[in-house]
Design a protein around this ligand. Structure first.
Ligand code: SF4
Ligand code: SF4
Length: 467
């Protein structure tokens, strides 16, 4: 079996042993309160319900007309109690709909739809109506990924099961327990974009899944789906890294996977695509990994979207004293949260309860110019030079050094002996850079308008003088 890989990257301790063999535990039926962010990927949604409304499980509760948006649905049956801003991942306040569960068990799923008999437009509408957004972390609307720009030919749909973040094992368990649904979702995605080939990509720390997966592919009859195994290295799961390692194709700067003939979807997302067609089920629940050194009962668990992490403690997960940090996501790209009072969203692949020994809570020291960060960067950027440009407020230089190509994987920060928070700087730097470009554009437009009005006036005066 070949082992594909890429240049750069890092090998953080995996910490997957605690949960990789544990079956996904289900919390259903679930009658507690859920807090569902109105927007979870894409353009902002507007609530479709009001306080006091009774809602069924699977009912659409927020949506937008914008193409780049996905609706959200009630993940439990109950009554809408509040619509207000609440703290969500990222420690920002976002508009959320609070539903208090009842015991009615009412559901409002869509009718099943044959993905291979309906039109491509109907299939895309189904993916969107099901509210499917990327479950690997990015939360990008799935129907948008499945609508490549005109003129782009898609050769491959890649099912991303690399799951390179330490601790997280939910994709691994999804493959182990629901391979048929993942393969079905992949075949549906291939049909939608007319891709002749599908590839399921895993890292070699999950090689034990390959025989079962091969058998499931063979049983499915989709002989155009193959399995590729990559060497375990972070950040293998990044789209740019994955296509380079598996196909030897590089996504151009500022480009999309479609530019190199690919569409990439996380395996959880593909499972949701299958359920949207076969069961008419919107994306209202997800599996995630609960782990970390301060977690006494690490596990993989399936919960309704909007479940508050705090509501799982201590009933479903027990913590040890000494939680130094709570992370939404993995330790490399996840977000440190102020407390456990935040909802699980469509893109929450894990929640980690870390001890002090597992966290990097030490203070930064000055850069020593060691260059470790440059060697670790799988995107071949110069993190230290980007940082220096940003420190000097020189966004042109930061962009020239590749700021906008940074995938925020955190490999550079991981190896930095000065413990400089490079990724945080790059995230903020990108926002400020975009703002700077926007202002430059506005200024250029104003100048052009003034110039054109002056030219017009001059011409008018000249015309009047010559009359
Ligand atoms: S510069 Fe960006 S892409 Fe490169 S290692 Fe750092 S975070 Fe990753
Ligand atoms: S790894 Fe850290 S200390 Fe070394 S050059 Fe990069 S930013 Fe500076």
């Amino acid at each position: 079996m070949s082992r594909r890989t890429f240049k750069g990257g890092v090998h953080p301790p995996e910490h997957k042993d605690k949960t990789k063999d544990l079956a996904i535990e289900s919390v259903f039926p679930f009658t507690k309160t859920v807090v569902i962010p109105v927007t979870q990927g894409g353009a902002p949604n507007q609530p479709l319900v009001k306080v006091g409304d009774t809602v069924a499980r699977g009912q659409k509760i927020a949506a937008s007309d914008a193409f780049m948006s996905v609706p959200v649905h009630a993940s439990i049956a109950g009554v809408v109690k509040k619509i207000e801003p609440r703290a969500v991942t990222g420690n920002i306040d976002a508009l959320c709909i609070t539903i208090v569960g009842d015991d009615s068990g009412t559901t409002a799923f869509m009718p099943p739809l044959d993905p291979f008999a309906c039109s491509r437009e109907e299939a895309l509408a189904r993916v969107r109506d099901a509210g499917i957004a990327g479950m690997g972390g990015a939360s990008f609307p799935a129907h948008v990924k499945l609508s490549p720009p005109k003129g782009k030919t898609i050769e491959y749909v890649i099912a991303n099961a690399a799951e390179c973040e330490p601790y997280l094992t939910i994709d691994e368990r999804t493959i182990a327990e629901q391979a048929e649904k993942v393969i079905d979702g992949l075949a549906i995605a291939m049909r939608i974009v007319s891709a002749p080939k599908g590839i399921i990509v895993l890292e070699d720390n999950k090689a034990s899944l390959v025989p079962g997966l091969r058998e499931a592919v063979s049983k499915s009859g989709h002989n155009n789906i193959t399995i590729e195994v990559c060497k375990t290295k972070y950040p293998q799961g990044g789209e740019k890294i994955l296509t380079l390692a598996v196909l030897g194709r590089e996504i151009p700067s500022g480009g999309l996977p479609a530019d190199i003939g690919c569409v990439i979807q996380n395996v959880g997302t593909l499972r949701a695509v299958s359920e949207a067609f076969r069961e008419g089920k919107p994306l209202i629940e997800r599996g995630l990994t609960l782990s970390g050194g301060a977690c006494e009962t690490p596990k993989n668990i399936s919960v309704p979207i909007g479940t508050l992490v705090g509501d799982l403690i201590p009933e479903r997960v027990t913590l040890r004293p000494g939680v130094a940090q709570i992370i939404s996501g993995g330790p490399m790209m996840g977000i440190a949260m102020a407390n456990a009072n935040f909802p699980i969203q469509k893109n929450t692949s894990g929640v980690l309860f870390l001890t002090r020994a597992e966290t990097v809570l030490v203070n930064e020291s000055p850069c020593i110019g060691c260059g470790f960060c440059m060697r670790a960067c799988s995107c071949h950027l110069s993190p230290v030079l980007i940082m220096r440009a940003l420190n000097g407020g020189n966004y042109d230089e930061a962009r020239r050094c590749g700021l906008m190509d940074c995938i925020e994987c955190g490999s550079c920060a991981y190896v930095c002996p000065a413990r400089i928070k490079l990724v945080q700087r790059f995230r903020v730097g990108k926002q400020l850079s975009r703002e700077e470009l926007r202002k430059k554009q506005e200024l250029a437009e104003k100048c052009a308008a003034v110039q054109s009005s002056a030219t017009g006036k001059g011409t008018a005066e000249q015309n009047s003088a010559s009359d």
